[in-house]
Design a protein around this ligand. Sequence first.
Ligand SMILES: [Zn+2]
Length: 331
Amino acid sequence: MDALNPRSGYDICIRPYYGREDGPLININEALLIRLAGVTAFGRGLHLFEEKCVHSFVTAEKCTDAVVHEQQLHKVRLRHTHRMIEGACDCEASDGIEFCHHCVAVALGLQKRQAPAKSIDKRGALRRIRQHLSRLTHEALLSEFLAAIKEDRHLRDDLLQKVTLASEQLSYQELKQMIDDVSLDDYLYEAPEIRSYFQCLESMLVRLVEIAEKLDPLIFLRGVECAIRRLNEDLGLIEDFGDFRELSIDLLIDLHRKAIGRLDWLPNELASYLVDRRQGDGWHPFDDLPILYEEDLGEAFCEALAQEVESRSFEDATRVLEKYARPSSGQ
Ligand SMILES: [Zn+2]
């Protein structure tokens, strides 16, 4: 008998040609095997196959090699085309030419791989899956779903984020992770990648807007500050952001106003906090739209803000802050 295929170190090696009606493999069925081997050999071969005695199964286009373990090892080679199958084994019963029970066992291994791969389109597949799932109990459905998630890391991460966002237990670290996930590591030069970065940033900020109500007010404020900081860092890594950043900035202004609105700080505490933020580097919502904060927070806040600015001696006070520094700032 020929030496086994050199790839026989693999337990199974299958070329993807099965299931084609005109493929090189004859349709293996029980009647064919009985015709080739006889009833007794078929029964013994079936037993060997069911007992998992077939090993080192290697199949190439028209040839399959395997080893069958029955008290001792027997090397089997099947040759097959779309019209016939013949077997050779090193046992006495085969004597190198007869289709013995070892050949039957290997042929059954081949049959198992002859899966009826009827092609089905996506819509048809989804319809059948839906029918199947709709007949399951809630418990069975859940375990089927969990089994699928277990195998797919991407799906798992995605769902975990949804679950985390839906719960009210979101910590600042989790929120920060969500923000960091869209932040830049490398310099961006090209318009498509810059656009794609801002799209990711915008959808993250929209998600933040959606979950704002569920977050602890201070965690929410820290999250918004973190997002502002990250945007400022990222802007330094972008060749030309043009108008791309406008929507993100609008969303951040909205988020910052929401965050401020949920605090129960006294007007002077708020004013002190905002003036501190103004002194940092980079863009901050408070820079652009002080008028909104006036509207949101009222006269007491404007008073407190004027006092806060007065109490600090800014060498580089901006026009905005100068306005508040004037004694008659309540106007
Ligand atoms: Zn044999």
